[in-house]
Design a protein around this ligand. Sequence first.
Ligand SMILES: NCC(=O)CCC(=O)O
Length: 332
Amino acid sequence: MKPTVAPFPAARLRRTRASQAIRNLVQENTLTPSDFIWPVFVRDGDGVEEPVASMPGVMRRSVDKIAEAAVEAQALGIPAICLFPYTDASLKTEDCAEAWNPDNLTNRAIRAIKDAAPEIAVMTDVALDPYNINGHDGYVVDGEIVNDATVEALVKMTLAQADAGADIIGPSDMMDGRIGAMRAGLEQAGHHNVAILSYAAKYASAYYGPFRDAVGASGALKGDKKTYQMDPANSDEALRLIERDLMEGADMVMVKPGIAYLDICHRVKSAFGVPTYAYQVSGEYAMIQAAAQNGWIDGEKVMMESLMAFKRSGCNGILTYFAPAAAKLLNG
Ligand SMILES: NCC(=O)CCC(=O)O
C-alpha cells in the first residue's frame, strides 16, 4: 500500500488527531481481552500462591488456585490460559517420564480448570525441560540433543495432555518433525479437535531468564539451547520454520520472544496469513515492571503500548503475563 497525501494545506494530517472522538474513529488496531493467552505457573500444594521474585505480580499457584485464576480469567473475557509446571527436582530424570504421567502437575491442572471454568481454552507446553535432569528441551546423549527419540517422547507427552482435556498443544521444543508426529498421534487417538499452536520461530534468547527462575530451572540447564532454538540474527529461517510447521499440521504459529521480534511477526503474518501469536516473555515483562517500580516509566501505559504493538505488527493475539491486568483496564 502506498500512502496518498495531498499537498499542504489540503492535507493536514493533524486533523484526524484533533479530538479523542476522531482519534477513536481512525484507530487502525484495537486491543481486547480476547487477544490474550495468560501463561500461569503451577506448583505442588494446596492453597498456595507464591510470588516469583524476578516477575513482580506473577505467582506460582497450586492446582486449586490455578482453577480460581481460570475462573477469574474467564470472567475477564480472556479466552485461553497456558500452563507451565514448577517441577520438583526429585521428579527430574534422564528419561523425563514425569512428562507423560497422567497425574503430573500440568495434567491435574488441566482437569481442575476444565471443572471450574469449562469455557476457557487450556493450552499446554510441550518440551522436556521441566522434567529433564539436564534442563534441555530434548534428550541429551553424549552431549548432543537428539532429535528423533525426543519427538517420540513429546508425542507421549502430547497425548497425556490431550487425554487430560487440553484444547491447544503448544510445542516449544524446536525439534524437527515434531508437529507432524504430534498431529498424527492426536488424530490416531481421536483428538481431532485438539489444536496445535506451534512455537515455530523460537529464538535462543536471554529474555527467558526470569521464566527459568519461575519454573525452578535456572540451575538445571547445562550449556545453551542454540542447537535447537534460533539465532537472533536470522529472519528468513523463521519463515522456513513457520511454513514447515504449517505443512505438518500446525493450526496456529508463534514468534518468541515478542517486542524484539516484531519484524518477524510482521513477516510471518504477511507471508502466510495464518493465526499468528507472539509471546511477550518473562524478561520483557520483568523489564517493564522493574522500570515501573522505580518510577522510571508509567507501567500501565507502557504495558498497553507494548501489547498494542503486537496487534499493529499483525499478531492475532499475545501470550502475556499482563493478561489479567490489561484485561481489567480494558474492561474499565
Ligand atoms: N517455553 C517457555 C519459555 O521458554 C520461556 C518463556 C518466558 O520467558 O516467559
